[in-house]
Design a protein. Structure first.
Length: 696
């Protein structure tokens, strides 16, 4: 079916659904509860069916890769496993690179970024590309999970439905969370944990306005998967319990070890990503092939050491795929100690190589695998040393899974609830909670960012836990920065620098090289520290300047720049060209920040006053026009000044609603996808204003 035809059919059925709701309401407009629950049910259905299809794709890819491949290339023997992941990478690399680069990696950070910064907008094609890329990657032996892809697939479905129905950004965000909840629920048969995952990780807040819709989607997705696959729990787990109270000390120790494993896990993934990103001249779309070859070597090691599992009569390397086949015996305490210990190390490396080289898949399942192996090893020794007062090794494997995931994702509620729903037994909940909280506290103390937010932080994206109305969040740095600034050359003697500080009363200067490019910064603190050393007056500025410089960019918001200044405790920020970080274009100082704040507050007050005066003057002859800027709208990316030129004189743009944030527009404010523009127009030009703002 052609994309255009598919889109028309999709829009037709969605619109038909809401026309039915309008008829039920009887007043031409469906009530709010009907919109919320109706869209939540649609997204839940999509996530449930999406999970079923995705599992089928994985199974199909596995059959082709291993069943068919081993028959066709049987003459290679066990060395066939060396080539399988590379062949998968040969398909995954170009698929992601040329069709949807958001599908690279584990997916959840991209969903979080879309919710926080893009009004929940995710390209519809992401669901298709992610499904294909991740299923091929997992099916050909990639050491990744299926939960992250299902979350991204469900979220993309939710975003697409919201965009097609022209819902508000807040509703689209809610539907993205609904899709994520449905994905987790469908994977683990854990609807409560799915809902909490969406609220705790995707939205970053547990709020009553989201809860009902998210739970509805989670339950619907779970019911759909049950209807296809039955009520089978993800893992068979015996009814473990706390044997003695002092055993909590051992579980706390396990939580501490799980935190260490979680940090190593996250750091290793991004270290491997940096390694592959450093190959600038190597084609991006072929890097997964190299990762596949490395994974193949690890697979041969597993085969030679008998660290394997059986699938349909075939012997598969233990690090290949999701890893559920080996988690199950670990939870039952049936896995050999040597096997668990070796797989703990090899799985760390295999997952880092798969994702670092550009593979597509999740980090959720590998963290559970690592936790199960860690808990199995730890529990084996504890039960050997204290057989009468400790639970079997399988109980520690279960708790280790929750603790490692909590340390990785900084999501203790999700970790506890997933394990609780998987076991259905309350008796193990106390050790689960204890070890999980210990792991999260330690991991967060060592690394404040989770494995999800760390990826965004490395790209310079800040995810705040709540959306506050901040006057700085819509002011670009280019409007505030000082373009004419004092600087000093790096060859200036220190005794002349002292004169500059006395003359200008500044607390710091940008330092420029002979070509006028940014060399570093020198502060009054740097000077004072240098003067304590002998012979400081004979030194040059280059000898005392800081050359590792925190910088800002003209196109970022003042809120982002201020956050960076606060984190690094700097009072001034050089602003550089984003394409050439040595070309300085301005400076932000404390005085600039204060001036910008005063301007923003004045702008807000002025807008409110103008709105009041216009309403008072024209009374009922003035009308409010509201228009949502949907995905790919021509006004997106334009400034308010450019948009205002197209509007009649008897009209003003009053505000822009961006999620829960109210932006009071000025000339340089940029219109974004999902913005709800509120304009005030006289009665005779309402239609003209509406047409201008709704232009396609």
């Amino acid at each position: 079916m052609k994309p255009a035809v598919y889109q028309r059919k999709t829009n037709y059925w969605l619109q038909a659904f809401f026309r039915w709701l309008e008829q039920v309401a009887g007043n031409g407009k469906p009530p709010e509860w009907a919109v919320v629950m109706g869209t939540a049910i649609l997204v839940g259905c999509g996530a449930g069916f999406g999970a079923v299809v995705f599992r089928w794709l994985i199974e199909s890819a596995q059959q082709v890769s291993f069943d068919g491949g081993s028959t066709l290339f049987g003459f290679l023997g066990d060395y066939y496993f060396f080539f399988v992941p590379a062949l998968g990478g040969l398909i995954v690399g170009p698929l992601v690179y040329f069709f949807a680069r958001e599908a690279k990696g584990h997916g959840v950070p991209e969903v979080m970024e879309a919710v926080a910064l893009k009004s929940g907008v995710i390209r519809p094609r992401v669901a298709v590309v992610k499904s294909l890329a991740s299923s091929i990657c997992i099916g050909s032996g990639g050491s990744v999970g299926r939960e992250g892809p299902i979350v991204q697939i469900g979220s993309a479905l939710g975003s697409t439905i919201g965009q097609r129905l022209n819902l508000s950004p807040e509703r689209i965000r809610s539907l993205v969370a609904c899709g994520a909840a449905g994905g987790i629920s469908a994977t683990f048969n854990a609807p409560i944990a799915g809902a909490i995952f969406a609220l705790e990780i995707i939205l970053g807040e547990i709020h009553a306005s989201y809860f009902g819709a998210v739970v509805m989607s989670s339950v619907i997705a779970d019911v759909i998967v049950h209807s296809f696959e039955g009520s089978v729990r993800a893992f068979p787990v015996p009814a473990y319990m706390l044997v003695s109270n002092w055993e909590l000390i051992l579980y706390a120790l396990l939580g501490a070890l799980a935190a260490v494993v979680a940090i190593v896990y996250a750091k290793l993934i991004y270290a491997m990503e940096d390694l592959f990103d450093g190959w600038k001249r190597f084609p991006e779309y072929l890097k997964p092939v190299v990762g596949g070859l490395i994974l193949g070597i690890i697979g041969i090691v597993c085969i030679s050491g008998d660290f394997t599992f059986q699938r349909d009569g075939l012997t598969i390397p233990g690090v290949f795929g999701v890893g559920y086949e080996l988690i199950a015996p670990a939870l039952l305490g049936e896995l050999a100690l040597r096997t668990a210990l070796v797989l703990l190390v090899l799985k760390l490396i295999a997952t880092a190589v798969t994702l670092g080289s550009g593979g597509s898949g999740g980090v959720f399942a590998p963290s559970l695998f690592l936790g199960a192996m860690l808990g199995m090893v730890f529990g084996h020794y504890m039960h050997t040393w204290f057989p009468e007062s400790t639970a079997p090794a399988g109980a520690y494997a279960l708790v280790g899974m929750a603790a490692t995931f909590a340390g990785t994702a900084h999501a203790p509620a999700t970790a506890i609830l997933i394990m609780f729903e998987m076991t259905g037994d309350y008796k193990i909940i106390l050790p689960l909670m204890f070890a999980t909280v210990v792991s999260m506290i330690i991991s967060r103390a060592i690394e404040p960012e989770s494995i999800y937010t760390l990826k965004l932080t490395r790209r310079g994206v800040k995810i705040t836990p709540k959306r506050e109305v901040d006057v700085f969040d819509d002011i670009p740095v280019s409007v505030v920065m000082t373009r004419e600034y004092d600087s000093v050359p790096h060859t200036m003697p220190v005794h002349e620098l002292i004169d500059e500080f006395e003359r200008t009363h500044h607390h710091g200067f940008p330092v420029l090289d002979d070509g006028g490019r940014l060399y570093g910064v020198v502060t009054l603190g740097d000077l004072e520290a240098a003067l304590l050393e002998e012979g400081a007056v004979q030194k040059l500025v280059a000898d005392i300047a800081t050359t590792t410089v925190v910088v800002g960019y003209p196109d970022e918001t003042m809120g982002s720049a201020l956050w960076r200044m606060g984190v690094h405790r700097v009072g001034r920020l050089p602003i550089v060209d984003r394409t050439d970080e040595k070309r300085i274009v301005g400076v932000i100082r404390r005085a600039d920040v204060i001036h910008a704040y005063e301007q923003a507050v004045a702008q807000r007050t002025q807008t409110s006053q103008r709105l009041h005066e216009v309403r008072a003057a024209q009374d009922d002859k003035t009308h409010v026009v509201e228009v949502v800027i949907p995905y790919k709208h021509p006004l997106a990316g334009k400034t308010v000044q450019e948009v205002a030129r197209q509007l009649p004189a008897a009209c003003i743009l009053v505000s822009i609603r961006r999620g829960k944030q109210i932006v009071f527009p000025h000339g340089s404010t940029v219109i974004r996808f999902g913005d709800r523009i509120v304009a005030l127009a006289s009665e005779d030009c309402v239609e003209e204003v509406r047409q201008s703002l709704s232009a396609t």
